[in-house]
Design a binder for this molecule. Structure first.
Ligand SMILES: N[C@@H](CCC(=O)N[C@@H](CS)C(=O)NCC(=O)O)C(=O)O
Length: 224
């Protein structure tokens, strides 16, 4: 284990979490000595506990976000669109991701990306068990998809683990939004809010930031 480490707290209802998650994926092969930990959390809970409000509740912030998201999608080479219905409650989706994390599944990344695609590209519902199951099945198999949606995501252990991660993000790491990064550089720990903080994260880690599509990045790896 390296002494440099990034933990990303993310929620699939959040488009900026998608950008941040994807950028980290691209930099994993560039920043070789940096460990990355994925931590699903529930953004609705973060908003409540930190006394913040979703940006779109302010019409000016909402309008600016709607202009920025497609531009950032192009800049990051991510096929992001608009959900059919925004915002939706991501609790069930995030519990499924938390269940995968507790199971030590190597499918956490693939399923997280599939859920962003489901909601932010394919205009499906992250509240719909059928939609979630349909996107899980090709990745984990039919039986595991059914089990994750119907059972694994509903256990008190998983519900508590997601609530604990959300509380830790706010109480310990000062989170008020997503994505939230907790970064250790070997000497100290620093937190960062937003996918647009990659350059600052690189500086803090003593690594190089080489833009949104660094060497080694293959277009197909992120295209839908
Ligand atoms: N500038 C940040 C914006 C991130 C952002 O707006 N995240 C939303 C969720 S999608 C949020 O949590 N906002 C809380 C706030 O703006 O206070 C970025 O580029 O990632």
């Amino acid at each position: 284990m390296s002494n440099k480490r990034i933990t990303i707290f993310y929620d699939v209802v959040s488009p900026f979490s998608w950008f941040g998650f994807e950028l980290l994926r691209r930099y994993q092969s560039v920043w070789n000595g940096v460990d990355v930990a994925l931590q699903p959390f529930f953004l609705g809970g973060v908003m409540g506990a930190s006394g913040n409000k979703p940006p779109a509740t302010n019409p000016y912030k909402g309008a600016q976000m709607l202009k920025e998201i497609p531009l950032f999608g192009k800049m990051y080479d991510i096929d992001i669109g608009n959900p059919a219905n925004f915002p939706e409650k991501s609790l069930h989706a995030m519990r499924i991701l938390q269940a995968l994390k507790l199971q030590g599944s190597d499918k956490l990344t693939a399923v997280s990306l599939a859920f962003w695609k489901l909601y932010w590209h394919d205009k499906k519902s992250i509240e719909s068990k059928d939609d979630l199951q349909a996107y899980l099945a090709p990745i984990v198999g039919d039986a595991a998809a059914t089990r994750l949606v119907q059972h694994d995501s509903q256990t008190s252990e998983v519900k508590q683990a997601l609530a604990d991660a959300t509380k830790e993000a706010v109480d310990v790491h000062g989170a008020f939004g997503a994505p939230w990064f907790v970064v250790e550089n070997g000497n100290e720990t620093m937190t960062f809010f937003g996918s647009d903080r990659m350059e600052a994260i690189a500086f803090f880690l003593g690594e190089k930031y080489l833009g949104p599509c660094p060497p080694g990045y293959k277009r197909e790896s992120s295209k839908l």
